[in-house]
Design a protein around this ligand. Structure first.
Ligand code: URA
Length: 235
């Protein structure tokens, strides 16, 4: 990999900024002062130092965001704020959200620059379970549990795969957890619509083996820990 690309990716500014650092002899590779921008380095083997700091290069970044209401699951938008706006300190990396949560849905959203992992977590072929907590306008009953376990028919005629519905409290406003293995547009909201109920609050709490960290306030994010990364590597 080209040294200037690596340093730019590692947060040392644009390629032009990096060129400047190299020109000023601030960059060492394996104890040698570097004078050319276009030399190739192996980030796994070569020791790269800028100033007096060793460069820790990570090709891929994996973050967990507690998405707040009001943000689009997108990288840019003309009108609305997007989740990537919340990821401060990573502006030099082309991050994107893994799948989509609706603008008003909160909770677990993974953010990465790893397209392969994005594919695995969102592709129907992998059928990664996603668990949501929701408040429902209406009394959720065992009949709904039964119907969801067989799959329900959405407003466009699509028959969903089975979902595991767990009633936490059943009242005028019920609280539930629902685990599904698909991600059709507005799927949870439309599944409840099919049983004549309305989702009034929705939050994703788990994706595969990755659980939303309850220490993260809304809008906060953190890097995935080793256990979570091992899970991603196992996919
Ligand atoms: N289902 C929905 O209806 N909305 C989401 O944001 C996620 C799942």
């Amino acid at each position: 990999m080209r040294l200037d690309k690596l340093l730019s990716h590692a947060g040392y500014g644009s390629r032009r900024d990096v060129k400047e650092l190299i020109k000023k002899k601030h960059v060492l590779v394996n104890d040698e002062v570097i004078r050319k921008v276009n030399i190739k380095v192996d980030p796994k083997k070569d020791v790269i130092i800028v100033g007096d700091k060793k460069v820790d290069y990570e090709e891929y970044v994996y973050l967990m965001l507690n998405k707040p209401d009001g943000y689009l699951s997108a990288t840019v938008d003309k009108y609305d704020p997007v989740v990537i706006d919340l990821i401060e300190g990573y502006e030099h990396i082309d991050l994107f959200p893994v799948g989509r949560l609706d603008k008003d849905t909160e909770g677990l959203l993974l953010i990465t620059n790893d397209g392969a992992i994005n594919h695995k977590l969102t592709s129907p072929n992998y059928a990664i379970p996603k668990t949501y907590y929701a408040k429902i306008n209406g009394v959720v009953t065992e009949k709904d549990v039964e119907q969801f376990s067989k799959g329900v028919i959405l407003d466009d005629g699509y028959q969903t795969k089975p979902g595991i519905l767990n009633i936490l409290s059943s009242a005028e406003v019920s609280e539930i957890e629902l685990t599904i293995t698909e991600g059709k547009f507005h799927q949870v909201k439309r599944m409840f619509k099919s049983v004549e109920k309305e989702v009034i609050y929705l939050k994703r709490i788990q994706m595969g083996e990755i659980k939303l960290d309850n220490k993260l306030n809304l809008s906060e994010f953190r890097k995935l820990n080793e256990k979570e990364l091992n899970y991603l590597s196992s996919l």
